[in-house]
Ligand binder design. Structure first.
Ligand code: ATP
Ligand code: MG
Length: 259
């Protein structure tokens, strides 16, 4: 069982785009995949074509209420790909959960009953290191960090890594970093090459060889409510997410062997 939190407290670095398209790529090659949207923005839900009116039970009800995960799961148009949707209600959860004894373990507890239904669970985190992201990191066995190829890419990473350290020490010693994915790579921009080289020098082989290019198809697809991989499977962005999935699979089994 692979539960992967896709997290970076920086906004707009490609977390949701990665959750949707990596999830679709993994489903396309035969895995049963669940995407858990725990971002109040609900972008993963929208990008997978889940209408607001269909989000009757959501991750808010699962985290804050007593709703079983099963009641909140919806199928997507992609075979083998399910989603637990989110709505803006979830923005209240950070505050409401503060009073709960088990506030850091709400998602872990909810998943305990049913997670065997899926081979891979991807959690699309919000751009913060608050209780929602902490719930994801406690429930996950690994973390995938999208990093945008821009000048300040590494800034903020130390804060993310120290959060991971705290989660390991207190709640989840097995939490591994499965990989760092460079996103929005622009071949024509020499700065992105420099950033990519710097990130690899600092982080080493945890950085995936696959880089996700800046590709307009990736940004167009969500407005159609479908993954880029369905919208245009030949575009460079879709191809990169397929390559990322192939690179991820052996890392997942290595993790399973190590565990
Ligand atoms: P947030 O922190 O707000 O949740 P995020 O980290 O989930 O953001 P995305 O929503 O995936 O980031 O991406 C931010 C914006 O950039 C979106 O409009 C998305 O369509 C676009 N985008 C993401 N990746 C790429 C890419 N490789 N090429 C072009 N556009 C991209
Ligand atoms: Mg997002």
């Amino acid at each position: 069982m692979n539960v992967i939190a896709i997290a970076n407290q920086k906004g707009g670095v490609g977390k949701t785009t990665t959750a949707i398209n990596l999830g679709t790529a993994l489903a396309a090659i035969g895995n049963r995949v669940l995407i858990i949207d725990i971002d109040p923005q609900g972008n993963a839900s929208t990008g997978l074509g889940i209408r607001r009116s269909d989000r009757i039970r959501t991750s808010y009800d699962v985290l804050v209420g007593d709703t079983a995960i099963e009641e909140a799961i919806l199928p997507t148009t992609i075979p083998r790909l399910d989603i637990m949707p989110a709505t803006v209600d979830l923005s209240g959860a950070e505050i409401e959960l503060v009073d709960y004894d088990q506030r850091t373990h709400r998602l872990t507890q909810a998943l305990a009953v049913t997670k065997a239904r899926w081979e891979v669970i991807l959690i699309d985190c919000p751009p913060s290191l608050g209780l929602l992201t902490i719930n994801a990191m406690v429930a996950a066995n690994s973390l995938l960090v999208p990093l945008q190829c821009e000048f300040f890419a590494l800034e903020g990473l130390s804060q993310l890594l120290s959060t991971v350290e705290r989660i390991r020490a207190r709640f989840n010693p097995g939490l591994a970093i499965i990989g760092v994915a460079l996103t929005m790579y622009d071949r024509r921009n020499r700065l992105t090459d420099q950033v990519s080289a710097d990130v690899r020098a600092v982080l080493g082989k945890v950085v995936f060889d696959t880089v996700i290019p800046r590709n307009v198809r990736l940004s167009e697809a969500p407005s159609h409510g479908i993954p880029a991989l369905i919208y245009d499977h030949r575009c460079s962005g879709s191809q990169a997410y397929m390559a990322l999935a192939s690179e991820l699979i052996p890392r997942l089994s290595e993790r399973a062997v190590a565990a």
